[in-house]
Design a protein around this ligand. Structure first.
Ligand SMILES: [Zn+2]
Length: 490
């Protein structure tokens, strides 16, 4: 048995000014991983592709690994990058295989396609009409019909923070291997509801997604091969952005349909709970001054690089500096220019920097606004670290050349590659102990809860500036299907 296993992951924020060339998928190299490099990188990691490799090894299969590309979220994928990766997957299938297992995100927009994954799967289906194809997807999938119509089995994460990537790989891969072994006949149903859940209300640790995901898990315990509710990724102005579901059963299409509808109905009935209420920043910072104990997480959720944020807006950090909050750490400002200045000055030097604000945000009609900050260069590191988990456990991460700027009150991590703070490893690499800080400013939305949630005494959500704004009225939606809740009252 010969299996092709590949990864091509990107969550595209169509409002983001951050470019997405091939190198963004390559983690510091010029092109994404291929062949044995993939095995080396993903062996014993909590990833879907790692699960696919384990499944294939256990089945004694020959494995072909044409490409593994995983880029931090940003604007539409450059067409050359897309074709480079898609071409490798198509070539591998053209050379012949018994099945294909794909680790995709499910919200990839390219310069030419609203639905990067559906386009890939449609090309694959045309090339190999009967090929069993299993696909692991992120919970933030924006599900286009072409994705379902051209695959054999789809399974998406059931947790947010995403701590079940490995299990999702198993859920997507097993139905396909069972099909090959004559032990299952996957039947799939999918559907949508016209709603754009706010990301800040999507965590599976809280209602209503907690209950919906529990029900999906229960369906699997009761015999469904895979049951998935996707919260969707709203910062993509494409027709099928928003909530959807897909259920795979063993040979029972009617059952798949009814279970899929049940998940969608649960979500629709809870639609008002998926709406996020915004507090003005001044009120949030006033609460921060009063908050007892620590660490108090100050969540700069409008500028999360893992949702396409530029990670360099200074509104919330500026507010913290103006408020005079002490014993604080901030992760992070992505600003290669500032890091270079700190490197030139050297560890221990006093510097004055125009920090952050290097990126304009045309979709919001905003110019980047740096802020002058004085401080001491406390540390300069190469920025590589390994995730301790529970999210993407064991994966090698790279925030690029990085430095800590100490203002005396706030230790500011300044990095050169977009990395969301969801793992304690990032702080350890920088020599910051987050548990000892009174305040922790994090540019994140939900994933920080994976590795840093247990440390937090309390959390204050801070509405700053950025292309993953939680205020939909700041975004000019033109192409998403209408009506859709809560943009329209339905
Ligand atoms: Zn996600």
């Amino acid at each position: 048995m010969k299996l092709v296993i590949a990864q091509m992951k990107h969550e595209t924020n169509t409002f983001s000014p951050v470019p997405t060339p091939l190198a963004r998928f390559a983690r510091g190299k010029s092109t994404p991983l291929e062949g044995n490099e993939i095995r080396e990188a993903y062996r014993n990691t909590g990833s879907a592709i790692g699960a696919f490799i384990d499944l294939a090894d256990r089945a004694g299969a020959e494995i072909v690994l044409p490409v593994a590309g995983n880029a931090a979220p940003s604007g539409p994928v450059e067409i050359g990058a897309y074709e480079w990766m898609a071409g490798r997957i198509l070539d591998a299938v053209r050379r012949g295989c018994d099945a294909l297992l794909l680790d995709l995100h499910g919200a990839m927009v390219t310069e030419r396609h609203d639905d990067g994954e559906g386009e890939l799967l449609a090309r694959l289906r045309k090339l190999a009409p009967g090929l069993p194809i299993g696909v692991a997807l992120d919970m933030h999938t924006n599900l286009f019909p072409a994705m379902c119509d051209n695959a054999t089995a789809l399974a998406g994460y059931q947790t947010y923070p995403h701590v079940d990537m490995y299990e999702t790989g198993l859920r997507a891969g097993k139905p396909v291997l069972d099909l090959l072994a004559g032990k299952a006949r996957p039947a799939m149903a999918y559907g949508h509801r016209p709603m754009l859940p706010h990301v800040m209300r999507q965590s599976s640790l809280d209602a209503p997604n907690l209950q919906i995901q529990r029900r999906a898990q229960e369906m699997e315990k009761q015999g469904a091969l895979a049951a998935t509710f996707f919260v969707g990724f709203p910062h993509a102005d494409i027709p099928w952005a928003g909530a959807s579901a897909v259920v795979v059963t063993d040979g029972d299409a009617a059952k798949a349909r009814s279970l899929c509808d049940e998940l969608l109905d649960m979500a629709w009935q809870a639609r008002a709970q998926f709406v996020y209420g915004i507090e003005p920043l001044e009120a949030s910072l006033a609460r921060a001054r009063q908050a007892a104990g620590g660490p108090v997480v100050l969540l700069d959720h409008y500028d999360n690089c893992a949702s396409g944020g530029t990670m360099d807006t200074m509104t919330v950090l500026g507010g913290i500096l103006d408020a005079g909050l002490e014993n604080a750490a901030a992760f992070a400002i992505c600003d290669p220019q500032a890091v270079e200045q700190m490197k030139q000055a050297g560890s221990g030097a006093k510097v004055t920097l125009d920090l952050g604000g290097k990126s304009d945000m045309p979709s919001l009609g905003l110019k980047g606004k740096p802020r002058q900050v004085n401080g001491t260069v406390k540390r300069i590191i190469d920025g590589a670290y390994r995730n301790e988990g529970p999210m993407a456990r064991g994966e090698l991460m790279d925030m690029g050349l990085s430095a800590v700027l100490d203002t005396g009150k706030v230790e500011i991590a300044v990095i050169t590659r977009h990395s969301e703070p969801y793992d304690i490893g990032a702080f350890r690499a920088l020599g910051i102990d987050p548990a000892r800080k009174r305040y922790l400013m994090l540019k994140s939305r939900v994933h920080w809860r994976a590795g840093l949630g247990p440390l937090a005494k309390s959390v204050i959500e801070c509405a700053g500036t950025g292309v993953c704004t939680s205020d939909y009225s700041q975004l000019d939606f033109r192409r998403v299907r209408r009506p859709i809740y809560p943009l329209d009252s339905i």
